[in-house]
Ligand binder design. Structure first.
Ligand SMILES: Nc1ncnc2c1ncn2[C@@H]1O[C@H](COP(=O)(O)OP(=O)(O)OP(=O)(O)O)[C@@H](O)[C@H]1O
Ligand SMILES: [Mg+2]
Length: 356
C-alpha cells in the first residue's frame, strides 16, 4: 500500500505537554483523507509537522514517501498547504502573492502566467487579482491562499479548515476543486469541523483526540460502527439487568432503574412523505409487527417508529404502496457523522477524566 502520509508514534511536546502523542496516522495515496477532532486535539500541530513547518519531538513520518526530518526539501516540493490562519503578504496584491509562491517553487516561467490565470479563474478571484490582500474579505483571502497553494501542482494538498467562514456557494467551489484535484490523482488531507463537508467528500476519516488517532474508517463505516456499538452496549446492559433481577434483592432496584435509563434508543425512526393517505393505510401500518408507532404530523408526513432490522423499511413501503399510496420521500434517523464524533470524543473525555 502506498501512503500519502504515514506517521509512526509521532510526538510534539511543548514544555512537557504532548500536543501530539504517539500519533499513528495513515492516509492512502490518491484519496481524500479527512481529519476530525475537537479543538486542541492536535490536528494543526500534526499538519505543521507533516508540512515541515515545525520539527517533531520524536517518532517518524513520511509524506509522499519522503521522511519529514531527513528529506524535508523533497517533502516541500510535493505538497501544498492551505493553513488554518491565512499567511499571505497583506501589502502585496492577490496576483503578486501567487507569483511569489510560483517563483519560490521555480514554476516554469513559460507556463507561469497561464497557470496563475487558470487558477484565479477556477476559484473566481481573478476580478480581484490587483487588490491588496489587506483589502480583501476573509473569503477572498481564503481563495487566494488556495490558489497560492496550488500553483506548483502539488501531489498532496493539505487544507486546515479551508471553508470556515465561506459562503455556501464558495464552499461548493472549493469542494468541487478538491474532488477535481483528487480525480486527477492528487491526495487531499482535509482538517475540518464541518461534518457535512467531510461526509460528502472524504474517502476515509481519522478522528484525532488528545494527540492520538481514536477512530479510522470510511464515513459510512464509522456510522455503522456506532450502531453496532450501541447494540452491543445495550445487550450488555440488558444482561446486567437480568442478572440483578434474578437475584431478587430489593436493594438492586435503584441500580436496575439506572441501568434501564442508560439504554440507548435502538428504534429506527423514519419520516415518510405520502400522498393518497387513508385511515386503512395507517391501520395497516400500525398492524405491522415491525411498527411500534405511527404518527400523522400533517402535510402528508408520517413519523414511524420501527424495530430496527434490515427489512423494516421494506415492510412499510410495501404496505403504503399496496394501500394505494405514493411515496415522495423517506427520511431515516440513521446516525450522522456528528453523532459519531460526539460519541467517540465523549468516550475519550470520560477515559481522560477517569485516568486523572
Ligand atoms: N506553539 C505552541 N506552544 C504551546 N502549545 C501549543 C503550541 N501550539 C499548539 N499548542 C497546543 O497544542 C494543542 C493542540 O493544538 P492544535 O492547534 O494542534 O489543535 P487543533 O486540533 O488544530 O485544534 P482546532 O480544532 O481548535 O484548530 C493545544 O492544546 C494547543 O494549545
Ligand atoms: Mg487547528
Amino acid at each position: 500500500m502506498q501512503y500519502a502520509i504515514e506517521t509512526h508514534d509521532l510526538v510534539k511536546d511543548y514544555d512537557g505537554f504532548k500536543a501530539v502523542n504517539n500519533l499513528n496516522l495513515y492516509i492512502e495515496k490518491g484519496t481524500i483523507g479527512g481529519i476530525l477532532g475537537p479543538n486542541g486535539a492536535g490536528k494543526t500541530t500534526s499538519i505543521k509537522m507533516l508540512t515541515c513547518l515545525i520539527p517533531k519531538t520524536s517518532g517518524s513520518a513520511k509524506v509522499a514517501g519522503y521522511d519529514i526530518t531527513t528529506q524535508p526539501d523533497d517533502v516541500r516540493l510535493k505538497i501544498g498547504m492551505v493553513p488554518q490562519k491565512v499567511s499571505l503578504y497583506s501589502d502585496l496584491t492577490v496576483r503578486e502573492n501567487v507569483e511569489l509562491c510560483a517563483d519560490f517553487y521555480n514554476v516554469d516561467p513559460k507556463i507561469k502566467d497561464q497557470k496563475i490565470d487558470d487558477l484565479l479563474d477556477l476559484v473566481d478571484i481573478k476580478y480581484a487579482q490587483n487588490k491588496y490582500v489587506k483589502n480583501l474579505s476573509g473569503g477572498m483571502q481564503q481563495k487566494t491562499s488556495v490558489v497560492a497553494s496550488l500553483v506548483h501542482n502539488p501531489e498532496i494538498l493539505f487544507l486546515d479548515e479551508p471553508t470556515v467562514g465561506l459562503d455556501p456557494t464558495t464552499k461548493r467551489v472549493l469542494w468541487d476543486l478538491m474532488v477535481e484535484l483528487n480525480e486527477d490523482g492528487n491526495s487531499i488531507i482535509l482538517c475540518s469541523h464541518d461534518m457535512y463537508e467531510v461526509d460528502k467528500i472524504c474517502d476515509t476519516i481519522n478522528i484525532i483526540d488528545a494527540g492520538q488517532v481514536v477512530a479510522h474508517n470510511t464515513p459510512q463505516g464509522l456510522k455503522d460502527q456506532l450502531l453496532k456499538n450501541r447494540e452491543e452496549n445495550n445487550k450488555h446492559i440488558r444482561e446486567m439487568i437480568t442478572t440483578l433481577e434474578l437475584e431478587n434483592n430489593p436493594e438492586n432496584q435503584e441500580e436496575i432503574a439506572q441501568l434501564r435509563s442508560s439504554l440507548t434508543d435502538e428504534d429506527e425512526k423514519i419520516t415518510v412523505m405520502v400522498s393518497n393517505k387513508t385511515p386503512e393505510m395507517i391501520e395497516a401500518l400500525e398492524n405491522l409487527d415491525v411498527v411500534k408507532l405511527v404518527e400523522d404530523i400533517g402535510n402528508g408526513r408520517l413519523n414511524i417508529d420501527l424495530k430496527r432490522s434490515k427489512t423494516s423499511v421494506n415492510y412499510v413501503i410495501t404496505t403504503i404502496l399496496s394501500n394505494g399510496g405514493n411515496i415522495a420521500s423517506v427520511k431515516t434517523n440513521d446516525p450522522t457523522l456528528e453523532d459519531v464524533f460526539v460519541a467517540i470524543t465523549a468516550k475519550k473525555r470520560g477515559e481522560l477524566k477517569d485516568g486523572s
